[in-house]
Design a protein around this ligand. Structure first.
Ligand code: SF4
Ligand code: SF4
Length: 430
């Protein structure tokens, strides 16, 4: 990596703590990613992005800021990035997938909060995230209680704007949500000083739709048997989608899909044909949370899809670009985001139906339901997921964990036992 120390210093990072963080990533990445065999060549782009994780992209963002542009940091799929991009600002997902240094967050937050929330709060308090420090505005949302209340605390340290997200899908919720989308547009106009007109919105919508279409295309290749790309690599792509430049990312992902489609035509896969196929469903896995995928794929099974925010929920639905007025476009954006089926919704039958559909589409032999510790929405919703899958005769394994590796051995044992059960019932190759 080039020398970015001056940039990090100017951003106000704690250089010593930041050095410690950067020292561990190459080791983990090497063990989890570079150790894989027969990876698609196109993954070298992702290797490059990861080797520059706090470098090149951060520099791009800061070059944008130097020319008068703004950076908006987000945590949740509810924040319409189409509007951010329409203003000329950059939109970056602030991750929250590492368990370091969680004791920082516990200075201001309770211990029994989900690791994702504690992680992003720790990164802010420890001043080790250049994306956080580059953001002119952080956009929160009132999804789960933990995040909702944490944004009040976070607001004492940085510029936070909160979108009020609906919890039901009736007409009155849709009206309130449309108002939130309109208010968000006004807020972004004020931040950037740029008027967002219909043409700008059309461009923002087209850019994000193209990114979602590229991710959908790539994920469609995972329906093949044998799968042409590992679940780990697909997860990484979906994680990087939140912070890479959207146009470049879309182009690179389409190139990888070209390669994967050729692999399918030639019967090339990264796992043996008929290896067990697993759908992972549940909480988002933010970068660098690769724990479950690594455990599952080290046991010989292929993860073929993620029913999660870093997964299908992100790219499944497009914004329909109908109408010529700003109001038409904002209405289409509001409608698209109302389709999200996060466990924060009640009731949330759509999610159950989507899980069943994914099992069928990706020919999954079993589902691993993944929830982060202390995540009430997903942990409680597991009961309905379990019931629906059992009724459909689909084996399911419930995993509740955090970011530490302390339970890795125990999880491996449980995953292996689950795969044995699948093997006995389905006759798949292990
Ligand atoms: S799981 Fe829900 S709250 Fe979390 S990022 Fe997804 S939509 Fe947002
Ligand atoms: S994983 Fe669960 S508890 Fe954590 S932020 Fe997301 S919805 Fe909230």
């Amino acid at each position: 990596m080039s020398d970015y120390r001056e940039m990090w210093k100017e951003l106000g990072l704690d250089l010593e703590a930041h050095d410690q963080l950067l020292a561990v990533i190459p080791q983990i990445y090497g063990d989890v990613y570079l150790s894989q065999k027969n990876r698609p060549e196109g993954m070298s782009y992702l290797d490059f992005v990861m080797s520059e994780i706090h470098g090149l992209r951060v520099k791009e963002l800061n070059d944008l800021k130097a020319s008068g542009g703004k950076v908006v940091g987000t945590f949740c799929l509810y924040v319409p990035e189409e509007i951010v991009l329409a203003s000329g600002a950059a939109c970056v997902g602030i991750c929250g997938g590492a368990d370091w240094p969680s004791d920082e967050a516990e200075r201001v937050l309770p211990r029994n909060l989900c690791p994702l929330i504690k992680s992003f709060m720790s990164f802010k308090l420890a001043k080790v995230c250049p994306y956080f420090e580059s953001s002119d505005m952080i956009v929160g949302e009132t999804t789960c209680d933990g995040k909702k209340k944490t944004y009040e605390v976070l607001g004492e340290y940085t510029n936070v704007y909160v979108m009020h997200t609906p919890q039901t899908k009736d007409d009155s919720s849709r009206r309130l949500w449309l108002e939130e989308v309109e208010k968000f547009k006004n807020e972004i106009e004020e931040l950037t000083g740029n008027k967002i007109d219909s043409l700008a919105l059309a461009k923002g919508i087209a850019m994000v739709n193209a990114k979602r279409a590229a991710l959908k295309r790539l994920n469609d290749t995972r329906k093949a048997n044998p799968v042409p790309i590992s679940g780990k690599d697909a997860l990484l792509i979906q994680q990087v989608a939140f912070y890479d430049d959207p146009v470049r990312f879309t182009e690179m992902i389409n190139k990888i899909s070209d390669e994967l489609e050729k692999r399918i035509a030639n019967g090339v896969g990264v796992f043996e044909k008929d290896a067990p196929r697993i759908l992972v469903s549940g909480c988002p896995m933010a970068i660098p949370n690769w724990k479950l995928h690594h455990i599952v794929e080290s046991s010989g099974a292929a993860i073929v899809a993620e029913e999660a925010c870093i997964g299908h929920r992100y790219f499944r639905d497009m914004v329909s670009d109908t109408g010529t007025e700003v109001d038409d476009k904002l209405g289409a954006i509001a409608d698209r985001y109302m389709k999200l089926d996060c466990a924060c919704f009640t009731p949330n039958k759509e999610r159950i139906n989507n899980i069943l559909r994914l099992v069928e589409d990706y020919k999954a032999d079993g589902v691993i339901h993944y929830s982060l510790q202390f995540c009430d929405p997903f942990t409680v919703e597991y009961a309905s997921v379990d019931k629906a899958l059992k009724n459909a005769g689909v084996p399911v394994l419930k995993i509740e964990t955090d970011y530490s590796m302390e339970d890795a051995g125990q999880l491996s044992t449980r995953v292996e036992a689950f795969l044995e059960t699948i093997k006995e019932t389905e006759g798949v190759v292990l």
